[in-house]
Design a binder for this molecule. Structure first.
Ligand SMILES: [Zn+2]
Length: 274
């Protein structure tokens, strides 16, 4: 008998809350005008909450009114640094603001400010999430990781690594959560990702930039079709990045605690030898 394996290893059903069999998170990077123009009304119509990784200060593209609008609609506001440091190899990176131009001190300061911006906009202390600009997790000329600085301040972080997480199969790294880029390939590809996540009882985190405008855009129609497909599926839990990460974290902590209790050699589990 020929057995074909799915691309993503399937986890046991029963992992997700309220009888849902898989999870989809809708994330939007960079605080773009098209999020307000297209994504927000579409999310409202579908009654879904998204996660918005926005920037502040010099590359602030949203006004305080815009931020209030996103927060009051119940969406998650989340961190993405302030100056959006990315590797110097990209020609659009401003001199002085490349990943290589940062040391720990500068990045720590910027993350502090970034976190404070979330808290000032209603995010609860200890729950703020983060997305690495350009998916780049290193700084300085020696390209060392700044993930420890993110861990000290944020609850979880989304990477730009391509893929679908299946936390039901074992612990995942909540500071390196995989994603599917919404601007890549066509609508059929995006809908196939939803099917793959469902098949695997997994967690699909969509990463959108522009929606019907701005950079790395998905068309407004395609974005609406993805939401429609999710609306039509009773088995999906559409959760913010924070909600889903909190669920996975508690499951992982429970599983780890159980494992600790079942350590061999303890009186209960020791094999009796006559
Ligand atoms: Zn970005």
């Amino acid at each position: 008998m020929l057995i074909s394996f799915p691309a993503v290893a399937t986890a046991q059903d029963g992992y997700w809350p309220e009888g849902k069999t898989f999870c989809v998170t809708l994330t939007y990077d960079d605080g773009l005008p098209s999020h307000l123009e297209h994504a927000l009304p579409q999310l409202k119509a579908a009654a879904f909450k998204g996660t918005f990784f926005w920037l502040g200060e010099e590359v602030h593209r949203w006004s305080q009114d815009d931020l209030d609008q996103v927060r009051e609609a119940g969406h998650e506001l989340a961190g993405h640094t302030i100056f959006h440091p990315c590797p110097r190899k990209f020609d659009w990176v401003k001199a002085g603001n490349a990943s290589e131009d940062y040391n720990d001190e500068r990045m720590a300061k910027e993350l502090d400010k970034n976190l404070a911006n979330q808290i000032n906009n209603g995010v609860e202390q200890g729950t703020a999430t983060f997305a690495y600009p350009c998916g780049c997790t290193y700084i300085d000329e020696d390209k060392h990781s700044y993930v420890p600085l993110v861990k000290e301040r944020f609850f979880a972080a989304r990477s730009t690594r391509n893929g679908i997480e299946v936390p039901g199969n074992g612990n995942i790294d909540l500071f390196d959560v995989k994603t599917i880029a919404g601007d890549q390939h066509d609508l059929a590809f995006q809908l196939a990702q939803v099917d793959a996540a469902k098949e695997a009882n997994g967690w699909l985190v969509f990463m959108f930039h522009g929606v019907g405008g701005d950079h790395l855009a998905i068309s407004a129609d395609d974005h609406r079709e993805i939401l429609r497909a999710l609306q039509e599926d009773d088995s999906v839990w559409v959760a913010t990045f924070q909600e889903a990460a909190a669920w996975v974290k508690s499951k992982q902590e429970n599983a780890n605690a159980k494992q600790d209790n079942a350590e061999p050699g303890t009186p209960d589990s020791a094999t009796k030898v006559k």
